[in-house]
Structure formats: C-alpha cells, structure tokens
Design a protein around this ligand. Structure first.
Ligand code: 5MM
Length: 341
C-alpha cells in the first residue's frame, strides 16, 4: 500500500469547489432512468449519454473532481474511439468504479439486504486499476421501518464495507465508503438521525478492525432528513444542523472528506442542504457532493435521447454542477437558480 498515493488521491477527490459525479447506475437502474425519458436502454444509447456528460467541458473541468463509473462504462469508447476514461482524465477529473455487485436479500432479516461482491474483489480491483480507476465505490443499503434496521443487517453491511475498503487500499485504490440510510419511509428526521448514528458508529468500528487507513478514504453518507412519506419535512437549517451533529459524533477528523449522496432529494434541496452545512460548519472534513440523481435528472430530461439536445443537456448539467460547487463552498444563492431558469 502506498499511503502517500492514497491520501493524495483522496484529497484530490474532495478538493475545494469540486465534487463527484455518480454515473455508476447499474443496467437495471439506468433502464429505469431511460424509461422515464422514453429512451431505449441500449449499450450505444448509454454510451452516448455518458459521453455527453464527460464532454461537458465547463462542468467537468471546473466543478467535478471525479466520476464513478459502472463496469460497462469503464470499458466503453466515445463515438470517435477515445476511451471514456480518457475523456474524464483529459478534463482533469479522476475516474472511479463501482465494485459492489448490488444489494441482495439478507437471510432471516425480512426486507433487509446485504451488499455482495467481496469474492474475487482483489482481482477485479487489479483489473479496474489497469483500466484507469483510482478510486472505487461500494454502497450498503439500510432501510428504516418498524423493527428495521436490525443489528444483524447493520453489522453485516458495515463489515462488508470495511472488508471492501481494506482490499481497495491494498491495491492503492481509494475506497468511497457509502452506507446509505434510505429516505423512502415515513419516519421523521430524528429517527433518521438515530439510525444514521447507529450505522456510522458501526461502520467506523468495522473500518478500525479491518485496519483501514482513514486518511485514504472518502465517506459517502446520506444526509439526516425525514423520510419522503413523512407528514412533516424538516427545514433546511434543521437538516444541516442534525446532519452535522451526527457526523461530528461518528466521523473521525482523520477522514479527509465527506461527499454526500442525494438519495432522492430534489435537485435544489440537495444543493440547499449542502450549502447550509458549509455556511455553518467548522467541520474537520471537507463537505461536498457525490450526487447521481441530483446532478443528472435535469440533463437527462433535456437530452431525452435526441442528438440535437446534447448542447442544452450539457448546459443543464453544468448548471447543476456549478450550483453544487457553490454549495460546497457555502456560497450558493437560490436567486442563481431563478436567474438560470
Ligand atoms: C448513480 O446511482 C448509483 C448506482 O445505483 P445502483 O447500483 O442501484 O444502480 C448509486 O449508488 C449512487 O451512486 C448513490 O446512491 C448516489 O446517488 P444519488 O442518486 O442517491 O445521489
């Protein structure tokens, strides 16, 4: 393990004013996204769409530090034959790769899942590093409900995250550790805070036991937020305050950065929450974004599979990337959204 290499890459992933584009939708998820805009999910259409994003030079050069790719994408080339990985590198961003194989039902824990993919991971990491990946991502999914999450599910997922992170660092690949507490339920913000604290405490204990070097990783958590079906949604300031409270209780200062997932928040909510945290925070870690939907929903809709919409879609992507870059510095203003609209 080359610690300097790992810490430099981790620092570059969360450098000021930049964040990560999560473009690692698996085949099933990208199909759902394409279905919503009436585009057939073929390898060429997926390639064209990702090429559109990675050739958005304003967004990629100014606001994006790294891109999380899916197995298919890291092997694809643009229309002119340039590997997509090269497009990302030419823009000054770092290519990364999703290495988990998805969340599967956890035996004897109804409704709960365990993320799989540890078998053969060392060899896959070697291959991905050869294809240009300098960081990786593994997502654990924790649902909130009656009697859920169970200790069994939290512990098993935290253990898998830590085993994955150790294998990454052994291969000089920076692990993004993503324990996602879902916002799908009807729970209130305080229940989300309790569950997120439980999950993060367990994850960091497991990372310690697996000897993961905290300086060479990036945490990708959910924000502390009420479930989508909750009758009351907390205001922006409360989300920021409670998210920071939980993170301060759980995340050691040695971790260089926290790059949030958007988790189903609207584009502007995800931006406003990140901005509020950076306005108030004297946090020991950098706080930035690693958004999938909150960066891509707008450009996907504008593109809708048509070549003549590519430039407009790139402008939509650049706008969201710029808004989130401002939020990562605590300098976003709602009027900027209105002016752009
Ligand atoms: C881009 O979506 C990622 C892949 O999800 P699947 O494996 O389910 O296809 C997902 O892991 C994503 O990286 C994170 O959840 C963050 O994305 P959001 O949309 O929550 O910001």
């Amino acid at each position: 393990m080359n610690l300097d290499h790992l810490t430099q890459t981790a620092a570059a992933m969360v450098r000021p004013g930049k964040g990560i584009l999560a473009a690692d939708e698996s085949s099933g998820t990208i199909k759902k996204r394409f279905d919503a805009i009436g585009v057939e999910s073929t390898p060429d259409n997926r390639r064209d769409y990702r090429e559109l994003l990675f050739r958005s030079s304003d967004a990629m050069k100014s606001y994006i530090s790294g891109v999380i790719l899916y197995d298919e994408t890291i092997r694809q080339a643009a229309n002119d034959g340039t590997p997509l990985v090269k497009l990302i590198e030419q823009a000054g961003a770092i290519p990364g790769i999703k290495v988990d194989l998805g969340a599967k039902p956890l035996p004897f824990c109804p409704g709960e899942t365990i993320t799989e993919g540890l078998d053969g991971l060392r060899e896959r990491l070697k291959e991905y590093a050869g294809l240009g990946a300098r960081f990786a991502k593994w997502r654990a999914v924790i649902d909130v409900g009656e009697g859920v999450p169970s200790w069994t599910a939290v512990r098993a997922n935290a253990h898998a995250l830590a085993r994955y992170a150790a294998l990454c660092q052994e291969q000089d690949v920076v692990p993004i550790v993503e324990p996602e507490v879902l916002m799908d339920g009807a729970h209130d913000i305080d229940r989300c805070a309790t569950v997120t604290e439980f999950v993060l405490k367990t994850v960091f204990q497991e990372l310690y036991e697996q000897r993961v070097v905290l300086e060479g990783m990036v945490l990708k958590p959910n924000m502390v937020i009420a479930g989508k079906k909750a009758p009351v949604q907390a205001p922006v300031e409360e989300v920021a305050e409670k998210t920071l409270m939980v993170l301060r209780r759980c995340v050691p200062a040695a971790v260089p950065g926290i790059a949030f997932l958007s988790g189903g928040q609207s584009d502007q909510e995800a931006t406003a929450h990140l901005d509020a945290m950076n306005r108030t925070s004297r946090a020991p870690w950098r706080l930035t974004f690693s958004y999938g939907r909150a960066l891509q929903a707008a450009p996907q809709k504008v593109w809708s599979g048509s070549a003549e919409n590519v430039e407009a879609a790139q402008r939509a992507f650049s706008h969201r990337a710029r808004m989130n870059s401002l939020a990562a510095a605590g300098q976003w203003r709602r009027e900027l959204e209105e002016m752009a609209a």
